[in-house]
Write a protein that binds this ligand. Structure first.
Ligand code: FPP
Length: 249
């Protein structure tokens, strides 16, 4: 790299080894709104605009899979006003963005338990999944009423039914067998998990899948998280040495 112009060096760093799959815990919407003396939903609306920007940034950064944590199995504990506002925001996001997502090659999937979600939202989720099913440029997965423990529990329940029905031999059950029953069965494991807003915890997100993920905790509140900051994090990832429990080659 010595003697390389700064711009070329930057490009080379970005091109090195981008994470194939990035997962993001989009935290800090409430505090962002509070700092402006506005209701929490104002922060979530600003957060939705950032989702758009970050999804659009993925192809140039070499990120093929993006998974975002939109609503957790624990978020039902929030006020009825906030929960209803978030559900309305998810519906509007699908209605407003569907066409653009389709035309920009984004395939959308949802993970999480749909049983507790309102039918008109589930219908829109099904619609968007079907609409974008042929796309392959970027795979956007939105975790909605998602919890890692809940996902593993639901997977174990379905696996247990298969064993009880005699279709799976219990002695043949491996980690791969269980993974086939997870909501994420069609996705690679995340290489990088980002959490915004300065909190250093994973809050029940992709517990099984993130076993060997790298983590980035940044102080930025989600509505302030720009495509530039995302690109910097992706570049830093290229400098990490991943050993997956082994030793340095
Ligand atoms: C956490 O911030 C954020 C959420 C629970 C909601 C995430 C939702 C969005 C970013 C809205 C748009 C999403 C889509 C897919 C359209 P917080 O409210 O816990 O913030 P705080 O910790 O500052 O209170």
């Amino acid at each position: 790299m010595e003697g390389t112009a700064p711009e070329a060096r930057k490009t080379a760093r970005r091109a090195s080894t981008p994470p194939q799959h990035v997962a993001i815990i989009m935290d800090g919407n409430g505090r962002w709104a509070q700092l402006r003396g506005r209701p929490r939903l104002f922060g979530h609306q600003a957060g939705a605009r950032r989702v758009r920007e970050i999804v659009r940034a993925c192809p140039d950064l070499g990120v093929r899979y993006l998974t975002i944590f939109a609503f957790s199995t624990e978020n039902w504990k929030r006020t009825q006003t906030e929960v209803a506002g978030l559900m309305r925001l998810f519906r509007r996001y699908i209605e407003k963005e569907a066409r653009d997502l389709l035309e920009s090659g984004v395939r959308v999937r949802f993970i999480g338990d749909r049983v507790r979600l309102e039918p008109r939202l589930v219908a829109l989720m099904d619609f968007l999944e079907e609409l974008t099913a042929e796309n392959d440029r970027v795979h956007l997965t939105i975790a909605l009423n998602y919890g890692g423990r809940d996902e593993v529990t639901r997977a174990a329940r379905r696996l247990a039914h298969e064993v009880a029905a005699g279709r799976i031999d219990p002695d043949e059950v491996t980690a791969e067998t269980l993974a086939r029953f997870l909501d994420t069965c069609l996705l690679p494991d995340p290489d990088l998990v980002i959490r915004t807003s300065g909190e250093a915890r994973i809050s029940n997100f992709l517990l099984w899948q993130s076993a060997y993920a790298e983590y980035e905790f940044v102080d930025t509140l989600w509505p302030d998280f720009t495509a530039e900051e995302f690109a910097e994090i992706i570049a830093r990832f290229g400098e990490r040495e991943r050993r997956f429990g082994g030793v340095k080659a």
